[in-house]
Each structure stands twice: as structure tokens, then as C-alpha cells.
Design a protein around this ligand. Structure first.
Ligand SMILES: Cc1ncc(C[n+]2csc(CCOP(=O)(O)OP(=O)(O)O)c2C)c(N)n1
Ligand code: SF4
Length: 287
């Protein structure tokens, strides 16, 4: 794959822990190219993740980053955005981290609708901890823990995000770097909570959902799909057969939590510190 250098590239000597052939590399290229083409200022960008193979992505990208606990990327991202709403906040983590351990945060972050972008490396498995089933693992897939096959229906992130009225919802396939980049660019430019669920082959622990499998089982949404039609998007997100890729839903104008609670343009660090004496007086009135 030919690759244009971007200002988000790390030095070539950076030690990367991902396995050769992992889909994380292609998704990482798409993310860096999207940020580069959008001319995002590195000083204003914060990449946020949780724990996992995917969650290492911000460490391999030349920008500010915050690495939370497992499943805790979203609360950290929301806090960062609330402290300075001028920042571009991008969360990049795995399907286990976002939909499993972080599932409750996923739901409530969508309800709040802050202006952040969430990119999920969806490899349908727990990669870092050696191949246990994740919430998006397919029914019947055998793993070292689910030796007789996964019994449960997979979690459907797009349908859940649609049900919660997330204003921007897209799905990509990391093997198609150019289209993934375009979807990520749209998500980052969108004002409000934007989700890009990205199919990312894990070549070591997921022998079912391979590059070939994704090629054969995905299809781009037809041009005729009206992304403002939430019911149509829900139908596509829950339909059986080939898995559609593209922008499922896009709805401008939903109120941001930042505005709802009156967060101003001045970042917290530039605001006057609280008057300690007045604060002490207040405490004393309750003694
Ligand atoms: C609270 C907690 N539970 C479990 C773990 C162990 N753990 C670390 S990474 C991980 C799975 C990560 O999977 P996923 O988010 O899908 O990312 P991937 O490694 O596949 O990219 C687990 C279970 C942990 N670190 N903390
Ligand atoms: S274990 Fe899977 S997800 Fe993790 S780096 Fe290797 S191929 Fe990628």
C-alpha cells in the first residue's frame, strides 16, 4: 500500500506492538490521513483510548493523547472536551473496550451528545487478552474460552446508536483505507457525537472474520440511501445478509451537552480560579 506521509506519523523507529498483517495498521493510516487532510492542528487534537490492542493506536500517532482504564475512554474524552471545548477530541478503541467494558458509557455518551468522534476498531474478538469472545463476536465462533462456540447474539452497535438517536453513525472496513478515511473525515467534521464502527481483521485470533470474509460479506450502501431517514438506517443496521458500509444516519442540529450546561469558549485553565475565601465561607455556613 502506498502511503502519503502525514504530520501525525511517528518516527519510523517507533516500536509498534501490533502483529504483522493486523487491520489496525490500515485503520491507523486512514485516521492519520483523515486528520492530515482536514488540516487538524496537532496542538488542538487529543486522542483518547481505553485498554487493548486497538487502544494502543493513540500511542502510535503524533498528537496529545490520554489513555484511560479498560472501558473508560469515553468519560475521559467527555471530561477533556468539557474542560476545553475548542479541542478536537477523537476516541479510538476496540469493540470490547467500547461495547463491553465501556458499554454503559457508550449509551450515556450518546445521550449527552457532546462534540466528539468515536472510532471503534471492531475485530469481533478480544485481541490483547488472546482471543476470548467480545460483544460483537459472531454466534458459533469457537475461542479458547467459548470452546463450544459463542452462544449469544452479537451486540449491534449501529442499531443501539440509532435507537439512542446518535446524530452521526457510519460503518467502514479497514481493508478499504481510502473509503475509511473519507468516513472518518466526515465524522470528525460533524458537530456532535459521531460513531464510526470499523471492521478490523485480527489475523491472529479471529480466523472467521478474515480480510476475505469482510470482502465477501460487506457492501457499500447504495447512493440512493437517504442518511436522514432514521427508520431506513435502522432497517439496514438490523437486516441479515451482506453488511452495509457507509454513512447510515446523519442528522444536524441536535443540542450539544456543552451548550445545554453552558460551557463557554474559555478553557478551564484560562478561567479565574475559585475565590478560596468565599469558598471557605460557604463551607463554614454548613458547619
Ligand atoms: C476491568 C478490566 N477487565 C479486563 C481487563 C483485561 N483486558 C485488557 S484488554 C481486554 C480486551 C480488549 O479487547 P478489545 O477492546 O476488543 O481490543 P483489541 O485488543 O481486540 O484491540 C481485556 C479483557 C482489564 N484490563 N481491565
Ligand atoms: S492480536 Fe489481533 S488485533 Fe492484536 S495486533 Fe495481533 S492481529 Fe492485531
Amino acid at each position: 500500500m502506498t502511503k502519503t506521509p502525514t504530520r501525525f506519523d511517528m518516527p519510523l523507529t517507533t516500536d509498534v506492538a501490533w502483529c504483522p498483517g493486523c487491520g489496525n495498521y490500515m485503520l491507523q493510516s486512514a485516521v492519520k490521513m483523515a486528520l492530515h487532510e482536514l488540516a487538524v492542528d496537532r496542538k488542538n487534537l487529543v486522542m483518547v483510548s481505553g485498554i487493548g490492542q486497538a487502544a494502543k493506536a493513540p500511542q502510535y500517532l503524533n498528537a496529545h493523547m490520554f489513555n484511560g482504564l479498560h472501558g473508560r475512554a469515553l468519560p475521559a474524552a467527555l471530561g477533556i472536551k468539557l474542560s476545553n471545548r475548542n479541542l478536537v477530541v477523537v476516541v479510538e478503541s476496540g469493540d470490547g473496550d467500547m461495547y463491553g467494558e465501556g458499554g454503559n458509557h457508550f449509551i450515556h455518551a450518546i445521550r449527552r451528545n457532546m462534540d466528539i468522534t468515536v472510532i471503534v476498531h471492531n475485530n469481533m474478538v478480544y485481541g490483547l487478552t488472546k482471543g476470548q469472545a467480545s460483544p460483537t463476536s459472531q454466534r458459533g465462533m469457537t475461542t479458547p474460552v467459548q470452546v463450544e462456540g459463542v452462544m449469544l447474539e452479537p451486540f449491534n452497535p449501529l442499531a443501539v446508536a440509532l435507537a439512542l438517536n446518535a446524530p452521526f453513525i457510519a460503518r467502514a472496513y479497514a481493508g478499504d483505507v481510502e473509503e475509511t478515511k473519507k468516513l472518518i473525515m466526515q465524522a470528525i467534521s460533524f458537530r456532535g457525537f459521531s460513531l464510526v464502527d470499523v471492521f478490523q481483521p485480527c489475523v491472529v485470533f479471529n480466523k472467521v472474520n478474515t480480510y476475505q470474509w469482510f470482502k465477501e460479506n460487506t457492501v457499500y450502501l447504495p447512493e440512493s440511501h437517504d442518511a436522514t431517514d432514521r427508520a431506513a438506517a435502522f432497517g439496514l443496521a438490523t437486516a441479515t445478509g451482506k453488511l452495509p458500509l457507509g454513512v447510515f444516519f446523519r442528522s444536524e442540529g441536535r443540542e450539544l451537552y456543552e451548550d445545554l450546561i453552558g460551557v463557554g469558549k474559555t478553557p478551564l485553565y484560562k478561567q479565574k480560579p475559585p475565590d478560596e475565601k468565599a469558598f471557605q465561607n460557604l463551607i463554614d455556613t454548613y458547619r
